[in-house]
Design a protein around this ligand. Structure first.
Ligand SMILES: NC(=O)c1ccc[n+]([C@@H]2O[C@H](COP(=O)([O-])OP(=O)(O)OC[C@H]3O[C@@H](n4cnc5c(N)ncnc54)[C@H](O)[C@@H]3O)[C@@H](O)[C@H]2O)c1
Length: 352
């Protein structure tokens, strides 16, 4: 049975993205952020004071036992995602988890199993799906305006955007991987969502680390501590070809740092038999008798609340169906791992 309003939320981790979580939940009239857990007590204090949140815990486990807390909204470094999600689900919390789901597909499968067993809402906050532009393109695809969509290019190329060299983001055991896990996950998820196809057949990929190991390409994101001795053992470039069982293809190209002219190129481009489309900006392209037509796409009515936290609250309250399912997020994670396996072995990886 759906929860009754209000929905009480604990935000776990008050770093760069944790504050977005707090603000997102504050955007829903039936949600209340009642606690924050943060190991950096000064940072946590700043967050609770700024938003008038009544409780700060240095240890998130102190919040697991509070029956009045309905939701754990997790904005922790990626290596903690599986552990904290599973602990929270086991005690009956609903879990909103920031991307990527976790550091490997085996742990992602464990989270999915815990969510099913607990019968609680579990959602990975793939925010790019929620943007108005992505919704407009999704509507155009669903209305058949592109014809048969047979190919997608999923691109996120940053010129100088390594979150922060020496932070947890740039060490594999904490982050799972580099740009592929950090930003590739967004455009891969968006491409699969726009194609409406989560059944990969095989994956071929290559990764490289050309800038980070030399201390180049820093993007100064995040608040976690820097350790100059921390090895940079993740990739800052990735290219992949994903073949779907349907015959559709996705070409993914991602960099944290690269010698490119633009600062940031981000989006998904779709290739259809009747028209093509891009998400950034949301446009549709169609060859016509009078030349090439190019039109702006706007959502007719919203498919989903563009505030992912507010949408999550609606799902908990039984007012909306999940826009991102845990099964889909597991597929995304399996593809990411297959890209690494392909890069490691130099072979195409067949998906089961
Ligand atoms: N959706 C997006 O667009 C987006 C953008 C950036 C980051 N993220 C994701 O959000 C997550 C957090 O990233 P970030 O940039 O905020 O990182 P961050 O390093 O800035 O913040 C993480 C916070 O967690 C705290 N923390 C660490 N261990 C803790 C524990 N055991 N209990 C409580 N607090 C703890 C740290 O002190 C820090 O304040 C990552 O998984 C990242 O991939 C998502």
């Amino acid at each position: 049975m759906a929860k009754k309003a209000p929905v009480n939320v604990a935000v776990i981790g008050a770093g760069a993205i944790g504050l977005h979580h707090i603000e997102g939940f504050r955007g829903h009239p039936d949600a209340r952020v009642v606690a924050v857990a943060e190991t950096d007590v000064a940072r946590g204090r700043e967050a609770v004071d700024r938003y008038g949140i009544p409780c700060l815990a240095a240890d998130y486990r102190d919040l697991l036992t509070r029956p009045d807390i309905d939701v754990f909204s997790i904005a922790l470094p990626t290596w903690l995602h599986a552990q904290v999600s599973i602990e929270a689900l086991r005690v009956g919390k609903h879990v909103m988890l920031d991307k990527p789901m976790t550091t490997n597909a085996a742990d992602a499968a464990r989270i999915l199993a815990a969510a099913k067993k607990a019968r609680r809402v579990f959602m990975v906050g793939q925010n790019q799906r929620f943007s108005g532009a992505a919704q407009a393109v999704k509507q155009a695809v669903e209305a058949g305006r592109l014809g048969e969509v047979y190919h997608a290019r999923a691109t996120w190329l940053r010129r100088s955007g390594i979150p922060r060299i020496g932070s947890w983001f740039t060490q594999k055991k904490f982050a799972g991987g580099g740009c592929t896990y950090d930003i590739g996950v967004h455009v891969l998820d968006l491409a699969l969502h726009l194609l409406g196809d989560f059944e990969p057949a095989c994956v071929s990929g290559q990764t490289a680390a050309k800038f980070g190991p030399q201390g180049r390409g820093d993007g100064s994101w995040g608040k976690s501590a820097i350790d100059p001795k921390r090895p940079f053992d993740v990739e800052d470039f990735c290219v992949a070809l994903i073949r779907m069982k349907s015959g559709r293809t996705i070409q993914m190209e991602v960099s944290w740092a690269a010698a490119i002219e633009q600062h940031d190129i981000n989006g998904v481009q779709l290739f259809g038999t009747e028209a093509g489309a891009t998400t950034n900006p949301a446009r549709l392209f169609r060859p016509g008798p009078d030349g090439h037509e190019s039109v702006e796409l706007k959502p007719t009515t919203a498919l989903v609340n563009d505030n992912r936290m507010a949408h999550f609250v609606d799902v908990v309250l039984g007012r909306a169906k999940p826009f991102v399912t845990p099964e889909q997020s597991l597929v995304v994670q399996r593809i990411l791992d297959a890209i690494y396996a392909s890069a490691r072995t130099g072979r195409e990886v067949r998906m089961k």
